[in-house]
Write a protein that binds this ligand. Structure first.
Ligand code: ARG
Length: 477
């Protein structure tokens, strides 16, 4: 068996068993962190120059080499070699090939333990912000569509049984508010990762009076870890991130379930454009909402990734343990949420509404029965419970005799309760559009309240955008 030299060739003799190489490599995942890793090395080198570990010439060589490596990775020129284990070793090895032994000085006052901690902190910050921005885009689309569809009446459901009429805008805006909280969770995730672990060495600090404030400022962190053991072993910044993503994925899966349900033949409320659906290889009539189904399904992965990292971290002694490398899969898999969010944006942007089917369902589902009971209370000054009972009887009669509230003959209404024969009163009370207008409480679905809600939504989004945290700067400069 032949292997490349290990980084610890001084201490060990002989080769690393191929099985350990296979199980121990993380490069296939942490190659995704190459920009974070290079930026960390770039700034670390500058710091080493500042504390006189590197002279100017050595620094220039190293910085130039790191830039070349970045270019090579971007152009897919740097071969991945699992024997080199991780991104840090790939960079160090390649730097040695480019500039020679000076490359070996870069790892002074640094360990791969604080290095990987740095990379994951920068990565969490970067992706959290990207996700927050993508959610802002979606929120904008939700506002636009809420304005466009303001006068469409939709059935609301409880227990998946028709409840009461609601403006479709109201339904859409429910997701708007969920997503604003998702954004807040991503900002929290960013803030928690906004703390510099670099400069802590393997666990205890380093034998150099390094300049961690310089590292902090150059790398764009607001704070630094005050305890080196904490810095190299904590993974709660990733847990926060995975939690935030799991909640997003959960929200999206609910939305997708609704899209799937409401675009089925049985509901026929919505239609997605052909480009966001697929056909069947055997059944010519099919139009399947695969995108929504995939997104609904992918939620499982994000939730289990959070769970996996909890279990990895639980019971681990301080400080760094190799188990922690298992954070990489949940971490890099999370990026997929960005594509998922784009899929959601496209579906929200493009679904069409079938007003006729909505109306049919509202009528079939007796959506305004509650309004009728409320109207009786107002007209007759009877207790609500009694009115509820009268309308309940009416509905039962309709169900048994295949009527809706809209087509049951007047004489039959009269038999149930005389006032129900007053057409003016009766039809005003069960009218679908009038029903939503009666929901005047704040947060309700009347037009003025929805317009007010849209205004609040716009203000909320504006505030969010104004307060987004600063971009993570990974350019080598
Ligand atoms: N590949 C390692 C990881 O991802 C880097 C840190 C390795 N540290 C160590 N002492 N072996 O966690």
């Amino acid at each position: 068996m032949e292997t490349k030299e290990t980084l610890w060739k001084g201490r060990s003799e002989g080769n690393v068993h191929p099985l350990l190489i296979k199980l121990g490599e993380s490069i296939t995942l942490d190659i995704k962190l190459y920009r974070e890793d290079l930026k960390g090395s770039y700034v670390h080198a500058k710091m080493l120059n500042k504390i006189d570990v590197l002279n100017q010439e050595e620094l220039n060589e190293i910085l130039k080499g790191l830039k070349q490596i970045q270019k090579e990775i971007e152009e897919h020129q740097l071969p991945i070699n699992v024997e080199l284990e991780d991104i840090h070793t790939h960079v160090e090895q390649r730097l040695k090939e480019i500039i020679g032994p000076t490359a070996g000085k870069l790892h002074t006052a640094r360990s791969r333990n604080d290095q990987i901690a740095l990379d994951t902190h920068l990565y969490v910050k970067r992706i959290s912000l990207e996700i927050a921005k993508k959610l802002v885009e979606i929120c904008n689309v939700l506002i636009d569509r809420s304005i466009e569809l303001l006068d469409y009446i939709f059935p609301s459901y409880t227990h998946l049984q028709v409840a009461q009429p609601v403006r479709i805008s109201h339904h859409l805006l429910a997701y708007f508010w969920m997503f604003t909280r998702d954004i807040e969770r991503m900002i929290f995730s960013y803030q928690q990762a906004n703390r510099l672990p670099l400069g802590c060495g393997a666990a205890t600090g380093v034998n150099y009076n390094n300049d961690r404030l310089f590292l902090m400022n150059e790398l764009g962190f607001d704070e630094l870890y005050e305890n080196s053991m904490d810095a190299v072993s904590s993974r709660d910044h990733i847990l926060n991130f995975l939690y935030g993503i799991s909640v997003i994925a959960t929200h999206l899966s609910r939305l997708c379930e609704e899209i799937i349900l409401f675009s089925s033949v049985e509901f026929s409320f919505l239609e997605l454009p052909d480009s966001l659906t697929t056909g069947s290889s055997i059944m010519p009539q099919k139009k399947n909402p695969d995108l929504a189904e995939l997104i609904r399904g992918k939620a499982a992965k994000f939730i289990s990734n959070l769970n996996a990292l909890f279990i990895t971290t639980k019971g681990l002694p301080l400080t760094y343990n190799r188990d922690l490398q298992e954070d990489r899969k949940p971490l890099v898999e999370s990026e997929e949420i960005l594509d998922i969010l784009e899929g959601i944006r496209l579906m929200i942007l493009s679904f069409k509404v079938n007003e006729k089917e909505l109306e049919k369902s509202l009528q079939k589902g007796f959506a305004t029965a509650t309004d009728l009971a409320d109207a009786l209370v107002q007209k007759k000054h009877i207790p609500f419970r009694e009115a509820h009972h009268i309308v309940g009887k009416l509905v039962r009669f309709c169900v048994e005799n295949r009527y809706t509230l809209f087509d049951i003959p007047k004489e039959l209404r009269k038999e149930i309760y005389p006032d129900l024969a007053d057409d003016d009163f009766y039809f005003n009370s069960i009218d679908l559009k009038k029903s939503v207008e009666k929901k005047v409480s704040r947060g309700g679905t009347s037009k003025v309240r929805i317009e007010e809600q849209i205004q609040y939504a716009k203000e909320k989004l504006k505030k969010i955008v104004e307060n987004l945290p600063k971009e993570v700067n990974l350019t080598l400069e």
